[in-house]
Design a binder for this molecule. Structure first.
Ligand SMILES: C[S@@+](CC[C@H](N)C(=O)[O-])C[C@H]1O[C@@H](n2cnc3c(N)ncnc32)[C@H](O)[C@@H]1O
Length: 282
């Protein structure tokens, strides 16, 4: 549902406010059905952005973006998360946030599952999931009644007003420190989930999966551009008991899925370990 996030959205061309408008092919991205009605957002200068039939708005201003996670990766992610294996991460995020009246932004939202859990913990607050993957955004757009979804590149200026977000979530996704700092309120929090040193260690050893560099909180703060300092950090760890099929699904949602899939045999006990760090703006 876009309306909750609408007051915070800004035109990616000129930075003006956006309002609902009838469909117009003037600027926005493709893959959209123009059936009349309010199927676009438009700024006072006439730049228009299509709302896809599946509910997400394309705020790329027609600029090319890389496709993000593929349909297969997103399907595996949806299946694996729905099985509840990573619910402990969602719970850790939900326990860290505090009610406020700004927007909750999930940068690199994927299927929107973490955003939905956090919105459940923050009654009345609107949410926005940002991603470049269309298969992901189709799911994120219906992840929660208060969640909007937007196609936008995290490496470019974000289509959001200054100081619009009370919370920015960033779970296993690219981090744009200066833009996160710009959109975050002075009293807001950036919550970053990164893999801990032993995350999926058994699968990495057994199948030679791509090892994701564990990044310590101070290194993340530095990489964020110096605009943040760690406020709290906790490591959350679980042993997952996965069937052969579940193991395959988990591997399918990792960066290793972009390569030839390994031959998975049998059930596995796997360590899932993440650092959940809250940063406050400096
Ligand atoms: C590992 S997935 C994590 C998704 C979600 N946060 C989760 O944990 O379920 C990384 C996500 O970041 C998205 N992504 C990658 N590069 C991006 C970019 N430049 N801008 C926006 N999203 C991006 C991918 O499409 C993918 O959905």
């Amino acid at each position: 549902m876009i309306d909750g996030a609408l007051p915070y959205l800004r035109c990616p061309v000129c930075g003006e406010t956006l309002a609902r408008a009838a469909f117009s092919p003037f600027v926005g991205g493709g893959g959209v059905v123009g059936q009349g009605g309010e199927r676009a957002l438009r700024c006072p200068r006439g730049h228009s952005f299509d709302i896809a039939r599946q509910g997400y708005v394309n705020l790329t201003a027609g600029r090319p973006v890389h496709p993000g996670d593929s349909a297969d990766m997103v399907a595996d992610r949806e299946t694996f998360l729905a099985e509840g294996h990573y619910d402990f991460i969602a719970e850790a995020l939900a326990e860290t946030v505090r009610p406020d009246d700004g927007l909750v932004v999930d940068a690199g939202t994927g299927t929107g599952r973490y955003l939905a859990r956090v919105l459940d913990a923050l009654p009345g607050m609107p949410g926005l999931g940002i991603d470049v993957s269309k298969p992901a955004l189709r799911r994120a757009a219906r992840a929660h009644p208060r969640a909007a979804a937007a196609l936008a590149d995290l490496w470019r200026p974000l289509p959001l007003a200054d100081a619009s977000a009370s919370v920015v979530l960033n779970v296993f996704a690219p981090r744009n420190g200066p833009e996160f700092r710009r959109i975050l309120r002075p009293d807001g929090r950036l919550l970053v989930v990164t893999p801990a040193r032993d995350h999926l260690a058994e699968l990495i050893d057994a199948y030679g999966l791509i090892k994701v560099d564990p990044v310590k909180a101070d290194r993340v703060a530095e990489a964020l551009g110096g605009g943040f300092e760690p406020d709290s950090c906790r490591t959350c760890r679980r042993t997952l008991r996965l069937s052969e099929a579940e193991t395959r699904t988990l591997i399918g949602m990792t960066p290793s899925a972009r390569h030839e899939p390994p031959h998975v045999a049998g059930a596995h006990e796997v360590t899932a370990a993440v650092d959940v760090t809250a940063y406050r703006p400096r």
